[in-house]
Design a protein around this ligand. Structure first.
Ligand code: SF4
Length: 372
């Protein structure tokens, strides 16, 4: 029997303490109650763009993830709401924020109820959403991370959405667990549009293990793409962020595009790396440790700003466009990636998670293919 590490506060859940999920024995899950679940354009910074994140924190622990910083604010809010929660205090005391992000996951257990209340027919928000606004699930943390297998918060949200019509729903994930909900996605697609974006930056399994240590393997993600495609769900692959000097070699990119096309994806989007201050604190030491030959170039590149230069980005986009055309994939242009690439204000950081999965556009210090 796995050792039990984490409890939901009895007053909230009246459940017995939770067992460890899978092999991830070092993760604690904390119940939290969301006041709002649908973040509107005011917080996402994009017209017509609404986000939902069922979990705060993400067990996949990608080295480049910059959603880490917002975890601290969420933890502070949870502690303010429940100052007597000893488990939360211990987390805040013992884990640095970047690590708490992947080891202390807040579970929005009332998410489906809050969404249902928010979307009652005739409500202003529902009218906006039915007019073509998009709901994106998983802009900051993965909605199908291991916690979802047990808590089913994302599934509960989809069940609510399936009761409405004329919505435009996008789900962003690295996990094949999304295929568990294929039935629900098909039901949702009868009255609304739905698209799954699977994030995948390399098909090199060993490389992926170094960069995204707890995320599903590339093969598992490609199998998920194939299953979704077979079920008639529209699926796009997000190759974001392309890591300079690590995953941006043209041969690597071609291998990725070829496998994505073979799996049946409808489209692909490629974005370069952005490193805001907190992500830099985590990612640059990771580069120094794992890819020491690149450390000096990374430091120099990101000393000047958080994003790769326009020449690099144009080169990367041109390369990806050419490869997608060669393999019959639609090359996507994602305006949400650009918007999320902006440094959020302090107030915005406190009020929402950043759009990590869709925002990390990024960086090899030279253009990956022929420079545009
Ligand atoms: S990049 Fe996405 S999957 Fe990886 S840790 Fe961040 S939120 Fe999770």
């Amino acid at each position: 029997m796995a050792q039990q590490l984490s409890l939901f506060p009895d007053g909230l859940t009246r459940r017995r303490a939770l067992p460890v999920i899978g092999e991830q024995k070092d993760i604690r899950y904390h119940a939290t109650r969301a006041r709002e679940i649908l973040n509107g354009p005011g917080t996402t910074g994009l017209d017509g763009f609404w986000s939902i994140n069922p979990y705060v924190g993400c067990a996949f622990g990608c080295a480049y993830c910059y959603a880490r910083y917002a975890h601290r604010y969420a933890l502070e809010r949870a502690l303010a709401a429940d100052p007597g929660d000893e488990a939360l205090h211990e987390t805040a005391r013992t884990l640095p924020p970047w690590l708490a992000f992947e080891r202390a996951i807040l579970v929005k257990r009332n998410a489906a109820d809050v969404l249902q209340r928010t979307l009652w027919y005739g409500a202003d928000r529902y009218r906006d959403l039915a007019r073509g606004h998009r709901i994106v699930i998983g802009t900051a943390t993965d909605p199908y991370q291991p916690a979802e297998r047990r808590f089913r918060i994302t599934r509960g949200l989809l069940e609510v959405l399936a009761h409405h019509a004329d919505l435009h729903v996008v789900i962003i994930t690295k996990s094949p667990l999304v295929t568990r909900d294929t039935d629900l996605l098909a039901r949702l697609a009868r009255r609304s549009s739905v698209e799954v974006h699977v994030s995948l930056i390399t098909v090199d399994r060993e490389l992926a293990r170094r960069i995204e240590p707890r995320a599903p393997t590339p093969e598992a993600r490609l199998r998920a793409v194939a299953r979704l495609h077979a079920a008639g769900v529209r699926v796009r692959v997000n190759a974001m962020p392309v890591l300079p000097g690590i995953t941006d070699d043209p041969a690597q990119l071609e291998a990725l595009v070829a496998r994505v096309a073979a799996a049946g994806a409808d489209a692909m989007v490629v974005g370069s790396l952005s490193l805001h201050a907190t992500a830099r604190q985590r990612y640059l030491p990771f580069i120094a440790r794992e890819f020491p030959a690149l450390a000096a170039r990374y430091r120099a590149t990101f000393a000047r700003g958080h994003a790769m230069g326009p020449r690099y980005r144009r080169g990367l986009a041109a390369c990806a466009r050419e490869l997608c055309a060669r393999y019959g994939l639609t090359f996507g242009n994602d305006e949400t990636a650009e918007a999320a690439d902006q440094t959020p204000s302090r107030a915005a950081r406190r009020s929402q998670y950043p759009a990590s999965e869709i925002s990390t556009s990024s960086a090899r210090p030279s253009a990956p293919c022929s420079d545009a």
